[in-house]
Design a protein around this ligand. Structure first.
Ligand SMILES: [Zn+2]
Length: 469
């Protein structure tokens, strides 16, 4: 072939290749947005193409697709991953999506029946979901505890003899075999669970390569004991809600976790951005209520009616059981927990018939609106890191599906949250906990638009089960 002809052919070829790339059409494209991906540190205007539920391209030029979203002036982030979400109902899922969440996991309490739990949700949900096998519900089942969510009787206070221990081990192994995402513990709710019982369970967690998600007991000493046990058994640990377990000692609490990490131990933690806790009034957390000073009762709110309590009403409601909100921490304690780079963001939310704690609906928008934009406690990319890639990394060693979540990278699942950084804010309150967050414009789950121009389309059921196997 002579030289001029070769040049002409090469030219024709490259022009046609270029036009193929230009005309390539995606299922969905997001143009002109500021893409923030904490895994790669990308923080720039880019254009993103999605097909078959996956991110196909992140481009410097605009793209065309069957559906095109113009994200000018908006932030395009990986969908938020909530690794502590008790509300595993349609009602809770819808509020979570409106707060930017694309995957919600209940890992602290969990369930005793993993297979059944997934089967109940198999018809498709508005977001991705997953569950742990839980030490607490296993105990509740074995001791016939009548509590609806947390132990109110022998599930927490019963001593496990050899036969119960044997059945406990079997149930734990079965839950793991059925695909549980982690193993949940709440030692504060099971005061009768001994260190031996705990370490026996941890051995099973280690053997499975899973992670133990733990609500600690006994303040700083209790935390240290748990970390020591996990070091002995070689178990990866995730300490839930450092803010409420650490309380006024939050600095020391996080310091103990940091020390363990410095020695190479796998320990992580999380927080929710609120000064009040939520639990069941009948649980072991309040076993010593009769010895409280009188003025402590009015720091507690009965969720059902919103009333502040007295010694008399506390005693009365404790007989019934139900949601209790306790105002116990200062704003500065919440900020201190957030300033520490160790804390992932997780809601610890739970909504039942419109009642509950505002964190169930507002955790993510509150961090991004109040603590990032208004108070500048942490940077935007740092906040997003704790909502996306960090929780994905916490789970992905045991749960391979998480390796494709929490990041905007070619080949990753198209779980994407698009919000306006100038207006994003939570609206839910202690008296109206189901007001959805605002400023979140689009939420995309596995490539499907579930939240469109801030309107939820709950007929889009693109959320899938996430399991370890
Ligand atoms: Zn919780």
């Amino acid at each position: 072939m002579n030289k001029p002809l070769q040049i002409i052919i090469t030219l024709i070829l490259s022009v046609s290749l270029l036009s193929i790339a230009r005309s390539q059409s995606f299922d969905l494209v997001i143009n002109n947005g500021r893409i923030i991906d904490p895994e790669s540190d990308l923080n720039a205007v880019r254009h993103l193409g999605v097909s078959n539920g996956r991110i196909m391209v992140i481009s410097e030029s605009t793209l065309t697709g069957l559906r095109e979203i113009d994200a000018s002036d908006l932030v395009v982030a990986p969908g938020f991953i909530d690794i502590h979400a008790h509300g595993q109902t349609e009602e809770a899922y819808q509020l979570m999506v409106q707060d930017g969440v694309t995957s919600g996991f209940e890992l602290e309490i969990g369930t005793a029946h993993v297979g059944e739990w997934y089967a109940e949700r198999a018809g498709g949900q508005v977001l991705n979901y997953g569950i742990s096998i839980g030490h607490i519900p296993i105990r509740m089942a074995l001791f016939d505890d009548p509590g609806r969510f947390l132990p109110v009787a022998a599930g927490g206070s019963g001593i496990a003899g050899p036969e119960i221990m044997d059945r406990m081990e079997k149930m734990l192994r079965q839950g793991i075999a059925e695909g549980a995402v982690a193993v949940g513990f709440g030692l504060a709710y099971t005061p009768a669970a001994t260190e031996t019982e705990f370490e026996t369970m941890l051995d099973i967690v280690t053997e499975a390569n899973a992670t133990a998600h733990i609500h600690t007991r006994g303040g700083l000493n209790g935390l240290q004991q748990i970390i020591n046990s996990a070091r002995k058994t070689g178990t990866p640990l995730h300490i839930v809600h450092a803010n409420s377990s650490g309380g006024s000692s939050i600095g020391e609490f996080l310091g103990i976790i940091q020390e363990a990490r410095d020695t190479g131990q796998d320990v992580t933690t999380e927080m929710y951005p609120y000064g009040a806790s939520y639990s069941d009034i009948a649980s072991a957390l309040f076993d010593n209520w009769e010895s409280w000073e009188d003025d402590r009762f009015q720091r507690n709110m009965w969720v059902e009616t919103g009333e502040r309590l007295t010694r008399e009403s506390f005693g009365r409601y404790r007989q019934i059981g139900g949601g209790l909100i306790t105002f116990s921490r200062t704003e500065e304690q919440t900020r201190e927990a957030l300033r520490n780079p160790l804390t992932m963001i997780a809601s610890d939310g739970r909504i039942l018939d419109g009642k509950g704690h505002p964190r169930s609906s507002g955790t993510y928008a509150k961090v991004l609106g109040q603590y990032v934009r208004e108070e500048q406690v942490i940077s935007l990319i740092d906040a997003l890191r704790r909502m996306t890639i960090e929780p994905a990394r916490r789970l992905e060693k045991f749960v391979p599906a998480m390796r494709n979540k929490g990041r905007l990278r070619i080949g990753a699942d198209a779980d994407i949250t698009i919000f306006d950084p100038r207006t994003i804010i939570d609206r839910s309150t202690y008296t109206d906990p189901i007001l959805p967050s605002q400023g979140i414009q689009y939420v995309i789950v596995n490539g499907e638009v579930v939240l469109n121009e801030s309107n939820l389309n709950s007929t889009v059921r693109a959320g899938v089960a996430i399991r370890s196997n």
